[in-house]
Design a protein around this ligand. Sequence first.
Ligand code: HEM
Length: 420
Amino acid sequence: METLARDFLAEDPHALPLQQLDPGQPILFQHDAFWPYFERLRQENPVHYSPTGMYGPYWSITKYKHIMQIEANHEVFSSDVKYGGIAIRDQLLDFTLPMFIAMDPPIHDSQRAAVEPIVSKQSLAELEVLIRSRAKTVLDNLPIGETFDWVDRVSIELTTQLLATMLDFPWEDRRKLTRWSDVATAVPGAGIVESDDQRKAELLECLQYFLVLWNQRINAPPKGDLISLMAHNEATRHQGPMEYLGNLLLLIIGGNDTTRNSITGGLYALNKFPDEYTKLLANPGLVPNMVPEIIRWQTPLAHMRRTATRDFEFEGKKIHAGDKVILWYVSGNYDEEVIPNAARLAIDRDRPRRHLSFGFGLHRCLGERLADLQLRIVWEEILARFGRIEVVEEPRRVFSSFVKGYSELLVRIPPDAVRN
Ligand code: HEM
């Protein structure tokens, strides 16, 4: 008899046998329907095995404290690309992209150190001036009294501009960065690319483009942009083309999707919790506290993945060498044992930086301060110009259980919300 495909959206996660729970299905994220899966797992089986995942069998780690324990044990739980990478979907074996987020020490440490100057005090001070002036231009040009897509007009535009600045990338071509970021994380057939072959071809075009920039930078005196930093550092200047492409994609996705979805998620969340929006309008001084709370509430990367390098007993479960272990940040960030009233956005929450959105341990996000800076400036400039910006309808979400984000958010700035 032919097996019928499961209709995940029709299932009741509270009624299914535990073993059949499969929270990694992208469709659950596209429909914002994954929450009850993690609620149940946190309560009944926080370290859980799904034998029939769309991307193969995997363990789900769902509690805050367990995610930190696994991240701290990088000898047993490796990020190395040779085991499949850092996401639930394995990297393609014939198109492996080494990048330092998917490496263990010592190479990880030296490559990370090569690009770390991008978040030095001096670099952040220089970037702050540029980010602010560009945010002003983008916000000053928004239509008033008309419905428009916040994702495209604001979130994508601002994060792409920042990325182009960090890479010293030709300005007029900057939307290529958006495309390559989308292609790199796309699931074939879900709207961005049709096939793995198309994905590979576009990423190779990306490499060709960046090889020209590499050759320019390596033959010029060192500067502060990411390509020049890599071209002039011993740890990265001898990398092969696929490793260069891998590290570029890491920086492009790291600096793009995540901040983009935090900018969108913030406006969406404030509309979902209008009393918080009222609090913010009355007291813009709350912005620095609100930014990390938005990043927790949104959790722009739903998970990171590790692979067990040997058999290991964890919380009474036997994890075997080679098993895929998914650290569900989106579940840990809503673990009521650590974060009270977690489902609520609370812009004046105590200890708002207590969250897992940036990971933990040696791979903890390198761009954390940059993301923080970008979001703080965007909100300061929004509040200087506008009162309440209205969400017109529910957002469209991305088909992915890795990037937790939005493809469209229709909004309207009422004419009486414009400040003089
Ligand atoms: C709200 C925005 C952001 C979020 C939520 C985010 C999230 C993350 C997460 C979850 C990790 C992996 C942590 C782990 O495995 O423990 C990571 C690593 C990384 N992120 Fe971000 N990120 C953001 C912004 C940025 C920006 C703006 C950059 C720009 C350069 C960036 C660059 C990186 C890099 C290079 C790594 C790899 C670090 C390593 O392996 O040592 N991220 N990020």
